[in-house]
Ligand binder design. Structure first.
Ligand code: NAD
Ligand code: LMR
Length: 332
């Protein structure tokens, strides 16, 4: 039951009238993310032309009568949106259309993230954590965090959890086991078609996933390609990019940071690299991350890679370096 005496947690969601947010807001408001006893204030940011649609979403949130929803702020003002926020979910950005790669969105979306970084630094609560969902999410997170130098580097995340969930589901189907049996699945690098979903270190029922599957050709070919191109396959089938699965992965990401990963397991998050695994410092890079319930986390050390994996990781690193180069003018 909700504890009304508890201070509410303020959660900012940008792009709040968009399709990912429509699948996200109700789950946050219902207590699924921060717990059934924790009141939540949703601070919803949109651009002016979408404010009317946002009012409709707010009416629906009201109509759910969620006991945990302690307040709603609808605004097109970034300062107001990020005021007192302990979590900022940066969803607001243009999605790609069929035939585009996510990196093609850099010119449309990159410029949004510098001002957001500044507004977060100026207005958010001291315990702010940020998850960037809007694409290309790694480089957007690089831009936003660059404009918020006073916020500690370990508070910034970009979303690779959807790729992890996709990869787990593919492995479970191939092995004919429930998805819950798949663990230790890391997405390395960029949330793009160069990402490396690592089946070699993944486990199925505690055993090496590749031993259980016994089909190296599939693991090195079809599996990797299906995960890398799943976003495009959804756009082609639905005519719109993934929304419910993206929202679900955003919730999984936040919960992993809040609740901690199980002993011996990890989650996939893109974080600001300190040079782990030879990745250039400062890139927002997808790693296996072990989290603790006290909010601390670390990149998992000692994961072994074959030459094949090293080559894939080097390719996705190069792409992120190119993206960083393309947005030089947007970095401080
Ligand atoms: P959408 O077009 O339905 O919604 C985006 C919303 O953002 C719109 O309502 C728009 O008005 C708003 N917006 C645009 N600029 C804004 C700004 N400066 N401030 C606040 N709001 C702004 O798109 P969607 O399907 O919800 O997708 C949103 C983003 O998430 C896209 O960039 C998409 O590619 C990305 N995405 C990422 C992942 C991932 O795994 N990282 C998964 C799915 C979608
Ligand atoms: C996804 O992976 O589904 C999203 O990043 C949307 C996209 O453009 O692929």
């Amino acid at each position: 039951m909700v504890d009304v005496a508890r201070n509410p947690v303020h959660v900012t969601v940008t792009g709040a009238a968009g399709q990912v947010s429509y699948a996200l807001l109700f789950r946050i408001a219902s207590g699924q993310v921060f717990g059934p006893d924790q009141p939540v204030v949703l601070r919803l940011l949109e651009i002016e032309p979408a404010m009317k649609a946002l009012e409709g979403v707010a009416m629906e949130l009201d109509d759910c009568a969620f006991p945990t929803l302690a307040g709603l702020v609808l605004t097109s003002n970034q300062q107001e949106a990020f005021d007192s926020a302990s979590w900022a979910l940066l969803v607001g950005a243009m999605p790609r259309k069929e035939g585009m790669e996510r990196g093609d969105l850099l010119s449309a979306n990159g410029g949004l993230f510098g001002p957001m970084g500044e507004a977060i630094q100026k207005n958010a609560a001291s315990d702010i954590r940020v998850l960037v969902v809007g694409n290309p999410c790694n480089t957007n997170a690089l831009i936003a965090s660059g404009h918020a130098p006073d916020i500690p580097a370990d508070r910034w995340f970009a979303m690779t959890r959807l790729d992890e969930n996709r990869a787990k589901s593919q492995l479970a189907k191939k092995a004919g086991v429930p998805v819950a049996e798949v663990s230790n699945l890391a997405i390395w690098g960029n949330h793009s078609a160069t990402q490396y979903p690592d089946a070699y270190n993944a486990r199925i029922g505690g055993r090496r996933a590749t031993d259980v599957i016994g089909d190296e050709e599939w693991v090195n070919g079809e599996f990797i390609s299906a995960v890398q191109k799943r976003g495009a396959a959804i756009i082609s089938a639905r005519g719109l990019s993934s929304a419910a699965s993206a929202a679900s992965a955003a919730i999984d990401s936040v919960k992993s940071v809040l609740d901690g990963t199980p002993e011996g397991d990890w989650t996939s998050l893109a974080v600001i690299s300190k040079g782990e695994y030879g990745v250039p410092e400062g890139l927002v890079f997808g790693y296996p991350v072990a989290t603790k319930a006290d909010g601390t986390w670390s990149v998992v050390e000692g994961v072994e890679h074959s030459d094949f994996a090293r080559e894939k990781i080097s390719k996705t690193t190069d792409e992120l370096l190119q993206e960083r180069d393309l947005v030089k003018h947007l970095l401080p």
